[in-house]
Design a protein around this ligand. Sequence first.
Ligand SMILES: [Zn+2]
Length: 384
Amino acid sequence: MLDQAQIDRLRRTDTGGYPVLSVYVNLQPGPESLRNLPARIKDLLSQAESSSEALPRSQRLSIRGDLQALSRDVGRFGADLGHGVAVFRSSGAGIDEQFALPGPVRDRAIVDAAPYIRPLEAMIEHYQRYCVAVIGRRFGSIFRFSMDQLDTWEEMRDEEIRKANYGGFSGYEEQRVRARADEMAARHYRHVAERLTELRRSDGGFDLLIVGGSDPHVAGLLEALPPDVAELSAGTFVIDPGTMTPATVLDHARRVAGEWEVQEEHRLIADLFEAAASGRMAVLGLEETCAAVNRHSVEVLYVQAERTTPGSTCVNCGRVTCEIGSTCSVCGGPLRSIPDVVDRLSESVRASGGRVRHVLNAGPLAEVEAGALLRYQDPMVDPT
Ligand SMILES: [Zn+2]
């Protein structure tokens, strides 16, 4: 299964100056997608071939070797790989890696100086680790999912409350029995909350907590959570524990997490736009964002997933820009073209200790393509 360590390893691979061919293929079953798979792969590879024509001869030969190897081996993009597949190849640098993807991906083939890993990063961010607790009066089921798959499932049971024969009791007795039942339920919610807290604070942890069951029990459990666990709560759902399976629980969790993600992205982007409007601690727009990244002043980079814009890097001063041309407008050094400016910005922000957020849902960021929260205010240039 795809994980951050694999992505980091790929990012650190020494390419020895050879270009890397990165191919992403969508395998999500659909009326079209699988039937025409060989034709789609052929298209992608011929796109990659034409984009490598400008490379120096030794690099072009390396890419040609990769393209030929992949066209001979279309079978490796088989549907058994999940929803999508990513292949990274560089015969010159000795790279041949393949990853099954947990979700659908846009078809693309990119030739660049390094593996093109932005779609993998976006995927890791999107498929968070969910912890789902289904809670009843005296039992609790805790499921943990990562990358859209079940990791662990455990059950908890607290002692049964003895059935009371209310008929034989006075009103006072009946009240006492009810109070006792409430107390037992509260204790059960606390037990489940303690276990969730343990899981949250353990090595694996989780990113989102989703609680299912009938309303009173869900409310009871949420109330029993300590603040550091409660703050991960992404939402709740109603489910009949008698008929649930990990698959139905995951369906509910996906829906809740999807809604949470839309709202969370909406909130983050609203904050970004507000910061940009009210002061100088944020920038919007791809070229402005490039400038901030080049100054190493970006704390959080926000990019719209699935969008790529070609641009250049300066071989001399290292700046990343949307400019296309042969010389750097700042230092006059030679420019080298890159297939995706945002990918290079992401690498640069990570290298200087900042974070990158991929925004998946359409919204105002899509219009400006990228934006950033800055680490510090840029110094005033105006000498007065
Ligand atoms: Zn330059």
